[in-house]
Design a protein around this ligand. Structure first.
Ligand code: NAD
Ligand code: IPM
Ligand code: MN
Length: 349
């Protein structure tokens, strides 16, 4: 048995998770998978009621007894500093040591791409975003707050172990998936300590993969290249915040945030799967949100759980929905969230 925690969260997270769960249950049935789904109400309402993001012991429970956690999205205008979101989402990324944020950028149909003359074969790469270090560590402070002399510091760190394991994961993925080039992106021309470490580790780990081309772009040049020649990229590896920014650009290349799935992974341990998008409060509860990012995230989770056939069936069903325009308005269709989810479910098995 594999236990899966389902956290719909806030806003459209709730709308899209409903569809993702339908797909997951269908795959579970059709492919006779051993999945047991357990739903949790963590999110803004729960936080406003209790003051708690994740209850004490919950992380341990996920760690010990669950195979994966599925999260819709977090974010609520009543909690403008997103305290609950950081506690739950960054809490899981850091406490469960989910060092790989795997974000595929795959265009399913050229109709969805905002770039001129680019087809599905031109936009097909994956981003390995480091997920436990960099500026996300929440270290720093504020002095003389609110005065004209105020000083704010936001610290960032990179460890050799942390940089090494994400770079190695990117190379290993390239090797096992028939990719021939790994691109590392940083800002080492300016950030002479932290990103210098990235440069050195990339060169060193790269020696273990002589058959794979080592490629490098400073991040400003990388985003330009992603728009001009996305076909250049196969696997991109980068640090946490640059990866955050790069993957929203990646999302738009594949049709928008409604099409981008992700996994927060520690191989062999409980891992977290979520669409790249947030809670989009203005769309919430209106049956308008695109559920395909959430459903593609289900496929990633099934793959991680060792069910590649089921994963492939879910991906094929999404491909069909896109090709037959059985989709929501953001990607050129006229279905609601639920109707799009129903279409995908009907294609499986
Ligand atoms: P967002 O991703 O929620 O939405 C940005 C815009 O993208 C939306 O206005 C909408 O036009 C479009 N969009 C996003 N998802 C879509 C979907 N499934 N279907 C159709 N269109 C979609 O980003 P935001 O507005 O910057 O953030 C809203 C809240 O979500 C904030 O509180 C933010 O902190 C949070 N957030 C959470 C996560 C997460 O939980 N992983 C990720 C990003 C942002
Ligand atoms: C993402 C989001 C998160 C991040 C926020 C909501 C903490 O933007 O998953 O991309 O910055 O990692
Ligand atoms: Mn982001």
């Amino acid at each position: 048995m594999q236990k899966i925690a389902i956290i719909p969260g806030d806003g459209i997270g709730i709308d899209v998770t409903r569809e993702a769960v339908k797909v997951l249950r269908r795959a579970n049935e059709v492919f006779k998978l051993p999945l047991e789904l357990v739903e949790f109400e963590f999110g803004a309402d729960y936080y406003l009621k209790t003051g708690i993001g994740l209850p004490p012991g919950q992380m341990e429970e996920f760690r010990k007894n669950y195979a994966a956690v599925y999260l819709g999205a977090l974010g609520d205008p009543r909690i403008p500093d997103m305290r609950h979101g950081r506690e739950i989402l960054l809490g899981m990324r850091f406490d469960l040591d989910l060092y790989i944020n795997l974000r595929p950028v795959k265009l399913l149909n050229e109709r969805l791409c905002p770039l001129k003359d680019k087809t599905a074969k031109d936009v097909d790469f994956v981003v390995f975003r480091e997920n436990t270090e960099g500026p996300y560590i929440n270290a720093g402070g504020i002095l003389k707050k609110g005065t004209p002399d105020e000083v704010a510091t936001q610290e960032s760190y990179y460890t050799r172990k942390g940089v090494e394991r994400i770079i190695r994961a990117a190379f290993a993925y390239a090797k096992s998936h028939g990719r021939t080039r790994v691109t590392m992106s940083d800002k080492s021309n300016v950030l002479r300590y932290g990103h210098d470490l990235w440069q050195r580790v990339f060169a060193k780990v790269g020696e273990e993969y002589p058959e794979i081309e080592k490629d490098h772009f400073f991040v400003d040049a990388l985003v330009m290249k992603m728009v001009k020649n996305p076909e250049h990229f196969q696997v991109i590896v980068t640090e946490n915040m640059l990866g955050d920014i790069i993957t929203d650009l990646g999302a738009i290349l594949q049709g928008g945030l409604g099409m981008a799935g992700s996994g927060n992974i520690h191989p062999g341990q409980v891992s977290l799967f979520e669409p790249v998008h947030g809670s989009a409060p203005s769309m919430a509860g209106k049956n308008k949100a695109n559920p395909l990012a959430a459903i593609l995230t289900v496929a990633m989770m099934l793959d991680f759980l060792g069910h590649p056939q089921a994963a492939a069936a879910v991906e094929a069903a999404v491909q069909k929905a896109v090709d037959e325009k059985q989709v929501t308005a953001d990607v050129g269709g006229n279905l609601g969230t639920k109707e799009c989810g129903d279409f995908v479910v009907a294609q499986i098995g």
